[in-house]
Design a protein around this ligand. Structure first.
Ligand SMILES: Cc1ncc(C[n+]2csc(CCOP(=O)(O)OP(=O)(O)O)c2C)c(N)n1
Length: 345
């Protein structure tokens, strides 16, 4: 006889086990740790500068930020090779910067400048860089999932050992493309990694109205792939979970699902005052700033010292200032070039 699972039994089910804690910082490659730290600091500095630019009227469109997502975006990107495919979302500036996207290119995109990766056709964040294997974010979410399984399929078909990692939010898991992508990737044993950035809200919809499951990672069972839940404020936990999924994918063992738990510390976009978020949540999560926590970890492990902290933070601030200056000075697109890249040659 079939066992019926009711909503209440599902809600009471134990969450997926978290992976064991990451190895201590002192035992790891210090160059990698410093690089992760630098890119996380740069990500925060660029986003803080862009918030100021948005308020000052420098930017054309909406501004989406990834405060408290830095450990996920940088930690996951740091576990990939440069030739692996990356399909980021609107919270993943850190992954773009890890790969080599220039901060001014990001600002130029939000300004619709001719020098932006889309040549000024966007005005917000649907930029990518194919030369860095970063695919443009499609507007509909998570439409980057089916795109990413296409990349994974191409790699497998060509006999390459490249993997494809796609990010999505908790709300995006309710969409059909999420389900379809995980189903196809699993059946075809594609070298895919699906990373859910669980930041507690999908615009104004809280988790409890989004999913009746105790977590998202355990949904992996239904697709026949491993699923793990990690602390999304810890770049080392994220790096390790991603590295494991990458190894599995490269070995031909198929896709994996990772859930990183964090909080969206700004509104959905900067125009959203997010009055629907309880103040206690902000109070609680403000103690878990990924950049600050990682800095503390590295200081305690002796990987960096106070001078390094000052230098890294000031370098990042100066890079963000220089990026703004360049993006502001760059030209708007020529109307005569509007059809460039629209039709095949
Ligand atoms: C199919 C679709 N519906 C709605 C939107 C508008 N939209 C963009 S992001 C977003 C919230 C998504 O929430 P989640 O997936 O949890 O990601 P988060 O923004 O919280 O990181 C919405 C409603 C969209 N881009 N595509």
């Amino acid at each position: 006889m079939a066992t019926r699972t009711t909503n209440s039994t599902r809600a009471k089910r134990k969450p997926a086990p978290s992976v064991p804690g990451p190895a201590p910082a002192a035992e790891r490659d210090s160059d990698l740790l410093r690089r992760i730290y630098e890119v996380m600091v740069l990500t925060r500095a660029v986003e803080d500068r862009m918030v100021a630019m948005y308020k000052g009227g420098d930017l054309l469109g909406s501004l989406y930020t990834g405060h408290w997502h830095e450990a996920i975006s940088v930690g996951a990107a740091s576990a990939l090779r440069p030739d692996d495919y990356l399909a980021p979302i609107h919270r993943d500036l850190g992954a773009h910067l890890w790969r080599g996207m220039e901060p001014w290119q990001v600002m130029a995109s939000f300004m619709g400048k001719a020098t932006s990766p889309t040549g000024g056709r966007d005005g917000t964040l649907h930029y990518g860089r194919l030369d860095l294997n970063i695919y443009n974010l499609p507007s509909h979410i998570p439409a980057n999932f089916p795109v990413s399984i296409g990349m994974a399929f191409a790699a497998k078909y060509r006999g390459e050992d490249r993997v494809a990692l796609a990010f999505c939010g908790d709300g995006s898991t309710s969409r059909a493309d999420f389900h379809e992508s995980l189903t196809i990737a699993s059946v075809q044993k594609l070298p895919s990694i699906f990373f859910i950035e669980n930041n507690q809200f999908a615009y104004s919809t809280p988790l409890r109205l989004q999913s009746a499951s105790a977590d998202f990672a355990s949904k992996a069972v239904a697709y026949g792939m491993p699923g793990v839940r990690v602390d999304g404020t810890d770049p080392l936990a994220v790096h390790d979970a991603t590295a494991e999924a990458v190894a599995r994918a490269r070995a031909g063992e198929g896709p994996s699902l990772i859930e990183g738990v964090t909080m969206r510390m700004h509104g959905h976009a900067e125009h959203d005052p997010a009055d629907y978020v309880p103040q206690e949540m902000y109070d609680e999560w403000s103690k878990k700033d990924p950049v600050q926590l990682f800095e503390n970890t590295l200081l305690e492990a002796g990987v960096i010292d106070e001078d390094t902290v000052k230098k890294v933070r000031e370098d990042a601030r100066q890079q963000a200032i220089a990026a703004r200056r360049k993006a502001l000075a760059d030209p708007m697109p020529e109307p005569s070039r509007i059809e460039e890249g629209v039709y095949a040659d």
